[in-house]
Design a protein around this ligand. Structure first.
Ligand code: CO
Ligand code: CO
Length: 323
């Protein structure tokens, strides 16, 4: 974040969002009421299976387009790989995994760039489009809105357990499948219900991304812990002190901004702050549109948990977490 303040601002009357990283994607107005959305994300492998890593990285990169209500259309591969080794099969599997997800999303991978690097990394830069009236942003929350989360939390904790050989990929098959799952159905339900406030959960965790929305919207929030979906195995891992450094950093950042009910356990706090890869959408919806959102989600066959609500803000946003 800090780095961006040291860079020149990019201003253009067509640029609706960009320059900073406030929204999930840059938004640029084309002719008429069409908006172009533009984003990029890439990272090092978090699972051993290269094709699965490719699918996760692609689903994760594409998610920023869905979080703003867009449809992904074009993408470029960004790859670093030890190309002067005999591991090229692995790289092909990663790229094919990414291509599989992009195709599922109806998004064309039209090129890319690879550099030689000892540590593999993979991701996509994605372009999507939406009409102006379906754009969802972090600033669209209002007091009284209900908050919905569309994927359980714990992917950072689970992949840390995997990295430390405490669990195997088969122990977290459901979590890997969740990371590979596109947020398209959640996006469709939100857009159909006329939702205006949305983001996706990634590196800052649920509370960090919620805090961004609250700052943009000048509101505060109440979260009901028992309604927050989490992967069970992650509660156990977190209670044994297993979580990534990023999750601890999120927790430290949120500590002064969160009012924890005394009954909230440390592992629950870590789950709410857990750095996610390819997490779900966090949706804020008014009481009037709530029923439509719930029925659209059911029609689309996706689970959406109502995890809390938006309340009036003070000068600084605060998050209250109750049991
Ligand atoms: Co995002
Ligand atoms: Co991003």
């Amino acid at each position: 974040m800090e780095v961006l303040h040291h860079l020149p601002g990019m201003n253009d009357e067509r640029l609706i969002s960009g320059g900073g990283h406030v929204e999930d994607a840059a938004v640029y107005a084309l002719e008429g009421d069409t908006l172009l959305l533009f984003t990029v994300d890439f990272f090092t492998p978090i699972v051993d299976d290269p094709a699965s890593f490719g699918r996760i990285a692609a689903a994760n990169a594409i998610s920023d387009i869905y979080a703003m209500g867009g449809i992904p259309r074009l993408a470029l591969n960004i790859t670093s790989f030890p190309t002067r080794t005999n591991r090229l099969d692995e790289m092909i599997d990663i790229l094919n995994g990414g291509a599989e997800k992009a195709m599922e999303a109806g998004c064309l991978i039209v090129g890319g760039h690879t550099i030689d690097d000892c540590e593999p990394k993979y991701g996509l830069s994605v372009i999507g489009f939406c009409k102006r009236d379906v754009l969802m942003t972090k600033s669209g929350l209002n007091p009284g809105d209900k908050l919905y989360l569309t994927k359980p939390l714990g992917t950072g904790i689970a992949t840390t357990g995997l990295k430390r050989d405490l669990i195997s990929a088969s122990d977290i098959a459901d979590i890997i499948l969740s990371m590979e799952t596109l947020n398209i159905k959640a996006r469709d339900a939100a857009v159909d219900a006329g939702v205006k406030a949305c983001t996706d959960i990634s590196g800052f965790g649920l509370l960090g991304h919620l805090y961004e929305m609250l700052s943009e919207s000048k509101c505060s929030a109440k979260i009901k812990m028992q309604n927050v979906p989490v992967f069970n195995i992650c509660t156990k891992l977190a209670s044994n002190g297993i979580y990534p450094g990023g999750t601890w950093g999120n927790y430290e950042f949120m500590e002064g901004k969160t009012r924890w009910h005394p009954s909230i356990l440390q592992e629950e706090k870590m789950l709410l702050c857990d750095a996610q890869t390819s997490g779900g959408l966090l949706i804020g919806v008014s009481e009037i549109k709530r029923a439509t959102l719930e029925s659209k989600a059911e029609e689309n066959g996706i689970k959406m948990e109502r995890i809390g609500e938006i309340i009036d803000g003070d000068k600084e946003p605060r998050i209250e977490v109750c049991k």
